[in-house]
Design a protein around this ligand. Structure first.
Ligand code: ZN
Length: 67
């Protein structure tokens, strides 16, 4: 399981946490129980940038249904 480091912007505590795919928005500081935590940049950054500009919905290219 991936372990990410987070830093609380309220008390500046740094902690690690196992984060699943849909648990990121439930993070809380274990020290002051604040939800104002920010994800620290991992030491090993994988190649590739997340580009979330404004792509339309691109579904698959294969269409086999015909009316
Ligand atoms: Zn805190």
């Amino acid at each position: 399981m991936p372990v990410y480091e987070y830093k609380c912007s309220r008390c500046s505590a740094v902690f690690e946490k196992l984060v699943r795919l849909s648990e990121e928005d439930e993070l809380r500081c274990p020290v002051c129980d604040s939800a104002a935590v920010e994800k620290l940049v991992s030491k090993v950054s994988p190649l590739g940038e997340e580009d979330s500009s404004g792509w339309g919905s691109s579904c698959g290219t294969s269409r086999t249904s015909f009316g």
